[in-house]
Design a protein around this ligand. Structure first.
Ligand SMILES: O=C(O)C(=O)C[C@]1(C(=O)O)C=C[C@@H](O)C=C1
Length: 322
């Protein structure tokens, strides 16, 4: 297959980001052209405008929680990403390193005065940063690999990045410390995005489920669904119980909620967009518990949007112990 024929996959770059790792775990470069993007907005935009076949974005970290930048792109307050759906997920182990230009900083962190990383990474390395690098000024950049690139380009021996070991090799930085994350089993979950008119092989009923949860064969266990909704109330026109009513719909249809997130509505202060994730998937036709729940939800929420259903890739619980 020539490079021009290969389907393109956009990811948060530059190369050697954890998002790149998640992309490589899912899409072979032999059959796909992997296209690094500068920001998460760029990944969403490339999927939305159809210039790529798929996009990969971080969604949730096991230590530091939800990636709010991604949630906000799904919340889509300016209606830029109307056609985007989630069609898969990937879990990647995240072991952060401290990378710099001056190998002698391995023994003496006091020489490091500037630290670069993605904001998510600070929250995953709190103990190490508090213990050794309280004095250093922190600079947010668009990804952990961008942090390594910035330090390499700065030629400043006082600059260091929190990034992956692979990024250290790519940008020729010294490994000042390894495994600096607070929790040794630190993982990030990434979502795979498609345009709604791009065929979804992963949720087709006949699709092979290589990593399906062992011993469970029903859709409720093997698939996940993400949706967002808003409530029919405002601070000036309260509607007590509205959120409880919306959530109870899922219980009535025996759909197991796995996460709930909120983000500001962007319409008024102290109003929210709710994100719900649950086990199960939306059927193509009209049937199924998920479709029935959506119909009922429509009657109690202000509005809702289905953001996709995909195969559950969470490894079996025994391998999840920290
Ligand atoms: O992919 C990267 O390297 C990123 O910088 C993004 C991101 C994230 O937003 O969660 C990805 C994984 C790590 O948890 C830290 C940062």
């Amino acid at each position: 297959m020539s490079d021009t024929e290969k389907p393109k996959v956009a990811f948060l770059g530059p190369e050697a980001s954890y998002t790149h790792q998640a992309t490589l775990d899912t899409f072979s470069p032999d059959t796909h052209t992997l296209v690094p993007q500068t920001t998460l907005e760029d990944v969403f935009a490339a999927v939305q405008d159809g210039s790529v076949h798929r996009g990969v974005v971080p969604f949730e970290n096991s230590t530091n929680g939800s990636v709010v930048f991604t949630l906000d792109l799904f919340a889509d307050l300016h209606s830029k990403n109307n056609d985007i759906l989630v069609c898969g997920e990937v879990y990647v182990s995240v072991s952060h390193c401290l990378l710099g230009l001056d190998p002698s900083s391995t023994q003496d962190y006091s020489k490091i005065t500037k630290l670069y990383s993605h904001p998510q990474a600070w929250g995953q390395c709190k103990t190490f940063l508090q213990q050794h690098l309280k004095h250093a000024e922190r600079f947010d950049v668009s990804s952990t690999s961008r942090a390594a690139q910035v330090v390499a380009e700065s030629k400043d021996p006082g600059a260091a990045a929190i990034s992956s070991k692979v990024a250290g090799t790519l940008f020729k930085l010294s490994l000042l410390s390894e495994g600096i994350n607070d929790v040794s089993g630190n993982q990030t979950r990434f979502l795979i995005l498609r345009r709604k008119d791009s065929p979804d092989v992963s949720t087709a009923p006949s699709a092979p489920s290589a990593q399906s949860t062992i011993g469970q064969s029903n859709d409720e266990e093997n698939y996940k669904t993400l949706l967002l909704f808003t409530l029919p109330h405002t601070p000036s026109n309260p509607n007590p119980g509205a959120l409880a009513q919306c959530l109870s719909v899922f219980g009535r249809h025996k759909l197991n909620l796995t996460s709930i997130n909120t983000r500001p509505s962007g319409v008024a202060n102290w109003e929210y967009i709710f994100f719900i994730e649950f086990k199960g998937r939306k059927d193509e036709g009209d049937g199924g518990a998920v479709n029935a729940a959506f119909k009922e939800l429509d009657g109690v929420c202000e509005w809702y949007r289905w953001l996709g259903s995909w195969e559950n890739r969470l490894p079996a619980p025994s391998t999840q112990k920290l």
